[in-house]
Ligand binder design. Structure first.
Ligand code: HCR
Length: 418
């Protein structure tokens, strides 16, 4: 089959697509040799910005909690280029990632490359906690600064005439333990444009939110090419004293606007910073991503992503469709056998470092996710990320669930070395 013909078959298959990414069969040239379980690393490719709130000192101008919210917003904006553009840079376009198997893991670390050595080592643990639907849970931990980011991700997708529309499930919780401050971050919807033209790319849409335990609340509005400025990947973020204040845009304490994949500016108040008045907020093109270090495949455990997918990844790199199919089938059949054996023994795959949490049943007094969701009027149900608790969409979506990191399980880990 020619590339064009297999692409047409692929387009037809996504037109009748049921929302579960594992059911999509794509032609080899659209496959990425990287599993989705690796995407958790994108949260921390600017470790210095992630840890920055720990180093902000109180001064006479803005309250220190507001300065920290600005820093957390900057860190979040800095993650977007890695999350949504990095395949375009490394693989020449958005690709379909490998669909992780249940129990697949990915771990790595960021060394402290700063002159002052105040950051310390930061580690990533990422685990596929559900296969149908696919859900990846992760934690990024920096012991030196007592900072931990944890979260999970799932997606549901549907095809419109020209684009693949993706709703994200999950959220991130960023805890600065020395500061006794936590932030809840929601994930924006997105769509994949350019499918018909053979060059898929991601556009973020609608909004995402950051809620601080100190009350401050950031609303980030996304738009593709056109709406705000005619430029790609544009956004506008407003920081408010609280959710209630956000009901009137004029109450914004700061407004940030620009392109998340390029440059953005910040100014006090509710008007967008003009290029002359605004101070640079973040310049993605001049802030290189720091990639994590992963141990050599030979030293990896069989559940570690790059080891488990090695032969499939090589077949994808060769563009050999039959070999991809053969190697993928080997891995998938092994998984099927495992599930059958579990069923026969009435057993369940034991998640390694994460636990499922059911907020409708488990009694979770003083749970920070509930507290922050209430502050931001966000749903605590298993709904798309960022859904308002009062919205008509506030109804559990089948198969989706909340996942939490269990640090003790990771501390007891003996088989997987970072
Ligand atoms: C939608 C997507 C899989 C999911 C990817 C997610 C949402 C995963 C969590 C990360 O934190 C952020 C993230 C970034 C990716 O942009 C997003 C992927 C983009 C494409 C991929 C589709 C399943 C691929 C469809 C196949 C074609 C048409 C390219």
């Amino acid at each position: 089959m020619t590339s064009a013909a297999s692409w047409t078959t692929f387009i037809k298959s996504i037109a009748s697509y049921n929302g579960d990414l594992s059911s999509l069969t794509a032609p080899p040239f659209i496959l990425s040799p990287t599993s989705l379980v690796e995407y958790s690393q994108y949260w921390s490719e600017h470790v210095d910005l992630l840890l920055e709130p720990n180093f902000i000192v109180d001064s006479d101008d803005d309250p220190v909690e507001l300065k920290r919210m600005i820093a957390v917003t900057r860190w979040f904006i800095s993650t977007l280029k890695s999350q949504y553009c990095s395949r375009n840079e490394t693989l020449g376009g958005e690709k379909k990632p490998l669909n992780p198997f249940l129990g697949e893991i990915f771990v790595g670390k960021w060394e402290d490359t700063s002159k002052e050595q105040k950051l310390g080592e930061t580690i990533l643990v990422s685990e596929q906690v559900s296969h149908h639907p696919p859900i990846t849970a992760y934690a990024v931990e920096n012991k030196k600064n007592n900072t931990i980011l944890e979260g999970y991700n799932g997606v549901r997708a549907s095809m419109s005439t020209t684009a693949l529309n993706v709703r994200q499930f999950g959220h991130a919780l960023l805890e600065y333990r020395n500061l006794d401050e936590t932030y809840l971050v929601t994930l924006p919807p997105l769509h994949i444009e350019g499918i018909l033209a053979f060059s898929p790319f991601v556009e973020l849409e609608q909004k995402s939110y950051i809620q601080s335990s100190a009350g401050y609340y950031t609303v980030i509005e996304y738009s593709g090419r056109g709406y705000f400025s005619g430029k790609k990947n544009t956004f506008k973020a407003r920081i408010f004293k609280s959710y209630e204040e956000s009901l009137k845009k004029e109450k914004a304490l700061y407004t940030i606007s620009g392109q998340w994949s390029e440059k953005s500016a910040i100014a006090k108040g509710s008007s967008s910073p003009s290029s002359s008045k605004g101070e640079t907020f973040f310049d993605a093109s001049n802030y290189e991503a720091q990639h994590l270090t992963v141990k050599p495949i030979d030293d990896q455990h069989p559940l570690e992503s790059r080891k488990a997918w090695k032969d499939v990844a090589e077949a994808i790199r060769k563009g050999d469709f039959d070999l991809i199919h053969e190697e993928k089938s080997k891995l998938e059949n092994k998984q099927r056998e495992l599930r059958k054996a579990e069923e026969a023994n009435n057993a369940k795959w034991a998640r390694r470092w994460f636990d499922e949490v059911d907020y409708s049943k488990d009694s979770l007094d003083n749970d920070i996710f509930i507290t922050l969701s209430n502050l931001a009027h966000l749903s605590i149900k298993n709904v798309a990320s960022g859904v308002d608790s009062g919205s008509a969409k506030n109804d559990d979506v089948e198969g989706m669930s909340h996942w939490r990191f269990v640090p003790e399980s990771f501390d007891k880990e003996t088989e997987i070395k970072i």
